[in-house]
Design a protein around this ligand. Structure first.
Ligand SMILES: [Ca+2]
Ligand SMILES: [Ca+2]
Length: 387
């Protein structure tokens, strides 16, 4: 309880700060947010704590916890057709799994570790070959891991953190070479965590959030060539079990849980090492394995309360446009430069047609050197890579 006698002693600066915070809090959402959430075809089965990745025009969403009590994991696999917006089934996994690491490499899908509805970490690795619609077993992880995260970079699969067989939270990095079916160990993260996310982007892998009892906002960057970790700017809101994926040089981290169900969608610019915010999740949830499509982020299913209550609903986050990104792939590179110069009118030209509006960065109906200054400052280079 606040001591009423202390009221008269609040410094003036604190009052000003408190007022500014109040204004920020009550500002319309659109003032600080951008992008939008769009509904997509629902999955057949409600599930959370799944794993997912993309191979070509399909996204594979594997396993997860079902809406059943007592808690039960599923071995089912649903396949999202990106062009057709529809879900079908692939062959089920050799065993049920939830909270597993899932990553695609070399045109195959890998399910690494995880639980089987019992919160006991496993060490098995399943490999799925789409062409044959068939699963096989590969070499085990060096130690059991559940609620870990897997990501592919440079043809290798990295499995970060999670809990071990005794439910102790780990900082470990295990590296799987799918071509040689062989495991090695990398440097430990600086923060031990489970229910974390990792995103490969350019030369690095970014590990974001998670928990070890309480949620963490720690972000660290792994350099696979040097086997080295560096701490980056903390995420504004400490969260675990989030949706995280990258478009261009930006990582979008939405939802999550601990200490409550989160709806916030915080956005990390890897070039600036800065966080901002875009539109909150339309259906707040956690335990989601998000997958970047070409111009949006697929968010399949997930839990809609903290703890267990899965949905089969699916939506996509479509980020706010990036200045100078003429072709809409969320980077600003030579392709955008070509589009820019094709639209160039100079100060005496214009007005421009609708096809050149993305190049008119200051909205004066001309594409001139004023726009070029903005364009040059926005340039990021090509963002593809990692796979
Ligand atoms: Ca672009
Ligand atoms: Ca202009």
């Amino acid at each position: 309880m606040v001591n009423p006698l202390n009221r008269g002693r609040v410094p003036a600066r604190s009052i000003v700060t408190a007022c500014m915070m109040s204004i920020g809090f009550f500002a319309p959402a659109s003032a600080q947010q951008g992008g939008e959430w769009a509904p997509l075809a629902s999955m057949h089965i409600a599930r959370q704590e799944t794993g997912a990745d993309r191979i070509g025009g399909k996204v594979y969403v594997v396993g997860g916890l079902l809406n059943e009590r007592p808690v039960r994991a599923t071995d089912t696999v649903e396949v999202y057709d990106v062009a057709g917006d529809e879900w079908t089934f692939a062959a089920p996994m050799p065993a049920p799994r939830d909270h597993a690491g899932v990553a695609a490499a070399g045109g195959r899908l890998y399910v690494l570790g995880g639980f089987a509805g019992d919160f006991q970490a496993r060490d098995q690795v399943f490999e799925y070959t789409p062409r044959r619609d068939r699963w096989t077993q590969k070499s085990h992880i060096p130690a059991p891991r559940g609620a870990c995260w897997a990501v592919t970079h440079g043809g290798l699969i990295y499995v970060f953190g999670g809990v071990d067989a005794g439910n102790v939270v780990q900082a470990s990095t295990f590296i799987y070479d799918p071509r040689r079916d062989r495991w090695s160990a990398g440097a430990d993260m600086t923060v031990r965590r489970e229910h974390l996310n990792a995103v490969a982007l350019g030369d690095y892998v970014y590990v974001i959030g998670g928990r070890a009892g309480s949620a963490t906002n720690a972000v660290e960057r792994y350099d696979p060539r040097r086997d080295r970790w560096d701490r980056m700017a903390n995420m504004p809101t400490a969260r675990s079990a989030t949706s995280a994926a990258a478009l261009g040089f930006t990582i979008y981290v939405a939802g999550g849980e601990i200490p409550m169900l989160h709806r916030v969608n915080e956005v990390y610019d890897v070039l600036k090492n800065e966080w901002s915010r875009q539109a909150d999740m339309a259906i707040p949830r956690h335990g989601i394995s998000a997958v970047a499509l070409d111009d949006r982020i697929l968010n399949p299913a997930g839990g809609i309360v903290q703890g267990l209550l899965p949905t089969n609903e699916v939506d996509a986050f479509i980020p706010a446009p990036i200045a100078g990104d003429a072709d809409g792939d969320y980077d600003v590179d030579l392709h955008d430069a070509a589009a820019f110069w094709n639209c160039f009118t100079g100060v005496d030209g214009g007005p421009i047609g609708p096809e050149c509006e993305p190049a008119d960065l200051d909205g004066n109906q001309r594409v001139d050197l004023g726009d070029y200054a903005v364009f040059a400052a926005a340039q990021t280079g090509p963002a593809r890579g990692g796979r």
